[in-house]
Design a protein around this ligand. Structure first.
Ligand SMILES: C[S@@+](CC[C@H](N)C(=O)[O-])C[C@H]1O[C@@H](n2cnc3c(N)ncnc32)[C@H](O)[C@@H]1O
Length: 214
């Protein structure tokens, strides 16, 4: 492996999980987290569990969390929060595209700023649809392809470089469209620029709320 590839690997494995916790700190996006995951209930399957930043936003009606994430570093960092949470949290896999659970076996699927990073996002959404019980809900907040043509052009142009430095994050995915194609009713989702700061716009057109199986 060449030195640049090694630096890239170190950054993605060790630097990036820590950077995510800084960028997605509660003082910046806590309101979005709360609105997205506060309505989760029962048995929750969480894609991209990371270091467990959503645990403190789950209400009492969440009985159990099944975590899926490839990062061992983030899972270790999550342990103090899991202990404080006081309800069962089990890491059941490392790829949301392949979930080892029966059909219709969870009440809520949660994903926060994660669908952008899943390589096989269509497969992951098909898994979410498969394991959700009828009447269950997919609670999410994700950054998405902007509806503004100028921002879209920038997102598509910068994606090849951004994908490499961000461990495979995509800023050019139409999240509502992907959810609809996977069999979710997206009518109750909201979508808007989270920040008016112009340089942030390619990363902060957020799609949030609850999508239900249809
Ligand atoms: C930007 S971080 C968000 C972490 C956390 N959800 C949060 O809100 O702070 C994206 C997460 O997705 C995880 N991830 C990447 N590929 C994944 C996959 N195929 N299946 C599940 N999680 C994945 C990463 O390891 C990382 O923890």
């Amino acid at each position: 492996m060449g030195p640049m590839a090694r630096v890239e690997e170190l950054w993605v494995d060790r630097g990036l999980p820590r950077a995510v916790d800084v960028i997605l700190a509660d003082r910046i996006v806590g309101g979005w987290r709360s609105a997205a995951v506060g309505a989760a209930e029962g048995r929750v399957l969480e894609f991209g569990f990371g270091s467990g930043a959503n645990l403190r936003f789950y209400g009492e009606s969440v009985k159990e969390v099944l975590a899926v994430d490839p990062s061992d570093l983030a899972w270790r960092a999550a342990q103090p929060g899991i202990a404080r949470f006081g309800r069962p949290v089990t890491r059941i896999g490392d790829d949301a595209a392949l979930i080892d659970l029966p059909d219709e076996s969870v009440d809520t699927v949660v994903a926060t700023w994660t669908l952008c990073s899943i390589a096989d996002v269509e497969d992951a959404l098909a898994e979410a649809r498969r394991v959700l019980r009828p009447g269950g809900s997919f609670r999410l907040v994700e950054h998405s392809l902007s509806p503004r043509p100028s921002v879209q052009r920038f997102q598509r142009r910068v994606q090849p470089v951004w994908g490499r430095v961000s461990g495979g994050c995509h800023i050019d995915r139409d999240m509502s469209g992907l959810l609809a194609s996977a069999g979710f009713d997206t009518g109750a989702l909201t979508a808007r620029d989270a920040f008016q700061f112009l340089p942030a716009k390619p990363w902060s057109y957020f799609v949030a709320g609850g999508a239900t199986p249809c």
